[in-house]
Write a protein that binds this ligand. Structure first.
Ligand SMILES: Cc1cc2nc3c(=O)[nH]c(=O)nc-3n(C[C@H](O)[C@H](O)[C@H](O)COP(=O)(O)OP(=O)(O)OC[C@H]3O[C@@H](n4cnc5c(N)ncnc54)[C@H](O)[C@@H]3O)c2cc1C
Length: 384
């Protein structure tokens, strides 16, 4: 048993913290959020320094590290700025499906620009009528000419406005029983005829990234845009969730730590009734609870990442990490607002933004309830 990160991992963590400290200033974060603007310049810089797709092999522009090292980077970024951190963490969203199941040509074409921070991807799984339950889909891919024709609608798709391409989960065999045995993933590039993206508008948090609806009207894609084997898409997506949920858990962990840092700093400076508010035992107890929750979340997140890197697929552990870290992020950021009093309610003190941003970690990539279903299913030995 060894609870220490190794020197290389500590170096990655330090480098990510230094980068974030230099680039994600409070003013930059507030401005980007206010303008709902994607941090493209920061993404490019992060890509040039090797922070994007750190867990991809070097031949595809990555650094050859694992999910744990990616989690360390994501945590450091989200600790400094929850909004910029999320954008950088999901700039290559769902591209792990290409990495695990795609052809060498697809990996070279799509992954290398992502790791350079010069392209952004999107993953289209959710539909208006199918959110938690993606076992059945209305988006269909039918054989047509020298490829496939896609029709349907995906909703809540992150990065949609700027993504260079989207990985779309489609029903490719309408006769399959159960239906998910007939799902496939396809690459659809921005600008393809019949492919439209529209913004879903204002939202509670993560405002730097667009959340969009994507419609596919007779969208033609060639055979080479099918990812991996036909009708294996559902399994590819589940495999992807095993790692992406660790990343969402790392986002949550970073946000919780970021909220805590700001609360501690504020409590040491603010005076009421002739003393610093950190001197009140109630404040100290709040900080003690927050720090304990964060430490417990960190143990789960690192263990889930490490476990995945050992080649052990354990959806129960991944779901525990995501569910717990998400809850901790929300609770800690809420307490951080309380410690700030009225100032915590104001944009300038950042904790209200961390709180708003943290809330998504309990919803996307499977809600808290869906994570509980996975955990409970494994505990009681329920199949599928
Ligand atoms: C900002 C944002 C970004 C997103 N980004 C993406 C993206 O990039 N790509 C993508 O494909 N999707 C994305 N999503 C969609 C997200 O993954 C879904 O919203 C989420 O999976 C829940 O689906 P739903 O909204 O349809 O809710 P529903 O599935 O309708 O759930 C409603 C409620 O019912 C509960 N519930 C549902 N089924 C069960 C069950 N079996 N047991 C217990 N409770 C249940 C849920 O937990 C929830 O509380 C994003 C969503 C948001 C808000």
């Amino acid at each position: 048993m060894d609870y220490e990160l190794n020197d290389e991992q500590k170096g990655i963590q330090r480098a990510a913290e230094e980068f974030a400290k230099g680039e994600f200033t409070k003013e930059v974060g507030l401005e980007l959020e206010r303008n709902h603007e994607y941090p493209s310049a920061i993404l490019k810089k992060a890509g040039s320094l090797g922070f994007i797709g750190i867990h991809f092999p070097q031949e595809y522009g990555g650094q050859g590290y694992g999910i744990l090292e990616n989690a360390l980077t994501v945590e450091a970024f989200c600790r400094r700025d929850s909004g910029i951190g999320v954008c950088l963490s999901i700039s290559s969203f769902a591209s792990e499906i290409i990495l695990r199941s795609g052809s060498d040509a697809q990996k070279k074409k799509y992954l290398i620009p992502l790791t350079k921070g010069e392209a952004v991807s999107a993953g289209g799984f959710t539909e208006p009528d199918h959110g938690s339950d993606i076992t059945q889909l209305r988006t269909v891919a039918t054989r047509g000419g020298k490829g496939y024709v896609i029709n349907g609608v995906k909703t809540f798709i992150s990065n949609g406005k700027i993504a260079n391409f989207v990985i779309v989960l489609c029903q490719s065999d309408p006769q399959a029983k159960p239906p998910y045995r007939g799902h496939s993933t396809f690459l659809v590039e921005k600008g393809t005829d019949g492919f439209e993206v529209s913004d879903l508008g204002e939202k509670m948090g993560i405002r730097m990234t667009s959340t969009t609806e994507m419609s596919f009207d007779q969208v033609k894609v060639p055979d080479e845009n099918l990812i991996g084997t036909l009708n294996k898409g559902f399994y590819q997506v589940l495999e992807f969730f095993d790692e992406s949920r660790v990343m969402v858990a790392a986002q949550a962990l970073g946000m919780a730590q970021g909220g805590f840092d700001r609360a501690l700093d504020y409590a040491k400076k603010r005076e009421q009734f002739g003393q610093k508010i950190v001197e009140f035992q109630v404040t100290q107890h709040k900080l003690a609870d927050m720090a304990t929750q964060i430490e417990a979340a960190r143990c789960l997140v690192y263990k889930a990442g490490w476990n995945f890197d050992q080649g052990r697929i354990d959806p129960k552990l991944t779901s525990m990490a995501k569910m717990y870290a998400g809850r901790v992020a929300v609770e800690v950021c809420q307490e951080a607002i309380q410690i700030h009093g009225g100032y915590g309610y104001m944009l300038e003190y950042e904790v209200e933004r961390f709180y708003r941003d943290a809330r998504i970690t309990e919803i996307y990539e499977g809600t808290r309830e869906i994570q509980k279903n996975t955990i409970a299913g494994a505990l009681i030995g329920k199949k599928g």
